[in-house]
Design a protein. Sequence first.
Length: 274
Amino acid sequence: MSHADDRSFRHGGMLVRVAADSRSVCLRAAELIEEAIRRALAARGRAVLGLATGSTPEVVYRRLVERHEAGALSFRDVTTYNLDEYYPISPLDPRSYRSYMHRHLFGRVDIAPHRAHLLDGTVPEPFAAEHAAQFERWIAADGGLDLQLLGIGRNGHIGFNEPSEVSIAEALRLPTRLVELHPVTRADAARDFGSEESVIPRALTMGVATILAARSIVILATGAHKAEVVAAALTGPMTAKIPASLLQSVAPKVTWILDEAAARGLSHYRFADR
Ligand code: PGA
């Protein structure tokens, strides 16, 4: 498939691709995932993906399902780990990310159920830290993530690693853990929960360190409401206040895929590449 409409450039060592619209962003992301699966299968006979939820990836999963239905893509030898899950929540709750993944991907492709991992929103709180550490051990035992798919929150979060005041060194070490959601995250989740007050205020999230350890990272952003945070994360200083800016620390393995609206804050895009 050609991407005549894509523009791409590097910023701080990270690859930035700008596609015409949100659908093109998602199709491009699905292609990168498919390529990562093929490469990993050829090299090791298995592929390990880190997956994301939210509104942006829905079309990515739809495309992967289409490829599967066309007989072009199998998940038989694919293992997945999702970024995050609300806490506490039942996997049967339609608002859980387990349920989202089942609806959009797992229930529609040939992935083995025991290879599709999410953090468990039902684990008793005294065991949450051990569960999070175990999740990381499973990823390590599977050989690490070949590709981690990410969205970016309006506040710059990746997974549910929310803005904080910690030092960069500390932020880069953040492990998988139980966290409190940031007010902006709660406001944005209100559409799934009916109101901001009903949003489950805590979550289990893969840590910054866990995410940055992936062999490649693909981060998607679409829409004008993401333009400001995308520009800050890509071109501003690294800071724990904008967790996505921490991707700069592993720049060569990071690909941003943006639509034109989300890229609007990037001077490269406005002036250099047009
Ligand atoms: P969205 O979420 O795709 O629903 O905008 C992105 C995120 O919060 O990571």
